[in-house]
Design a protein around this ligand. Structure first.
Ligand SMILES: C[S@@+](CC[C@H](N)C(=O)[O-])C[C@H]1O[C@@H](n2cnc3c(N)ncnc32)[C@H](O)[C@@H]1O
Length: 301
């Protein structure tokens, strides 16, 4: 039987719904922020390459994976081609996909400068790893340098794993890395700006004071890092970038992979293959598709 609410009850119901409505607004804002946190840091691809120019160990690690498991390799979130160029240079065919136009443009420009034999083994394409379906299979799929930290909830993670599954040849291997959550960074005061020296930004010809702020949502497990660049010449000029990173605690990641039907073959705490112990910086995972995903087989019963 349908119960009618009295006027007073209706008021109360509206009042009760208010937090829910506010919640929806917050969710929308949150999603916009995360959306920005996937794009913003990758809009200045030259700065990306400059900022990470000393990061080499992961390139060597993934290049070794390509020699070991063979090609063609599919790289999800290939960025400016930092890793894929090294793989092509050692004679393994690789296709890199990315959703960021500026990153892909730079990747393509740099590809054209490679020697011919390597250049012809490397291809880039625009694509979203949440929905990519190439109709091709690969013995090795990789997602280097925190790409999966841009998957903000269970559904996105599941979609990404569906993409990996759709492109893995039988017995194929999926290798990726994400950061170990840094508890000190997660606990930082969100209202504070943390100074991190000065930098120069490509093409601008100026030096900037560089600061960062950290805002962690402990329920969604997403850390939003805002990077501030304040010109030393003109303090009014302030540029910002946002990075939103889903945090994966190691035992949680191990469980998700298990329920997705992936077996962890190897797990390291860095790219020199040190074990994953406390205070490790990254979780580097070499996985293989095993049985049917546990969660799916349960729901389809
Ligand atoms: C930290 S960069 C890593 C790039 C490259 N793998 C490397 O090692 O330098 C993360 C990359 O993931 C890409 N990315 C994030 N979400 C994506 C998505 N849904 N589909 C495709 N690429 C995505 C970004 O555009 C960015 O280029």
């Amino acid at each position: 039987m349908e119960e009618r609410l009295s006027a007073r009850d209706e008021d109360a119901a509206e009042w009760r719904d208010e937090p829910r409505r506010l919640g929806v607004e917050r969710m929308k804002q949150r999603n916009l922020l995360y959306e920005r946190g996937t794009r913003s840091h990758y809009e200045n691809a030259e700065y990306y390459d400059q900022a990470y120019r000393r990061r080499r160990a992961d390139i060597d690690f993934y290049a070794e994976m390509a020699s070991r498991f063979g090609g063609p390799v599919l790289e999800l979130g290939a960025g400016t081609g930092r890793v894929s160029r090294a793989i092509a240079e050692q004679g393994v065919e690789i296709l890199g996909i990315d959703s960021s136009e500026p990153m892909l443009e730079r990747a393509e420009r740099r590809r054209k400068k490679m020697r011919r034999a390597a250049r012809e083994l490397l291809e880039f394409a625009h694509g979203d790893l949440l929905e990519l379906r190439l109709g091709r299979k690969f013995p090795l799929v990789i997602a280097p340098f925190n790409v999966f930290m841009h998957l903000y909830d269970r559904e996105e993670f599941q979609r990404a794993m569906d993409t990996v599954r759709a492109h893995l040849a039988p017995g194929g291997v999926f290798v990726f890395d994400v950061l170990v959550p840094d508890l000190r960074a997660l606990l930082r005061d969100p209202d504070r700006l943390y100074s991190a020296g000065t930098v120069s930004l490509p093409r601008r010809g100026r030096r900037y004071k560089y600061k960062e702020s950290f805002n962690y949502d402990p329920i969604a497990q997403v850390l939003v890092i805002t990077l501030y660049f304040q010109s030393l010449e003109d303090p009014e000029e302030i540029l910002t970038q946002t990075i939103a990173h889903r945090q994966f605690f190691p035992a949680e990641l191990e469980a998700i992979l298990h329920y997705e039907g992936f077996e962890i073959l190897e797990r390291y705490g860095d790219f020199e293959r040190e074990p994953l112990l406390d205070f490790a910086e990254s979780q580097v995972l070499v996985t293989r598709l095993g049985a049917t995903p546990y969660s799916r087989s349960r729901t389809s019963q």
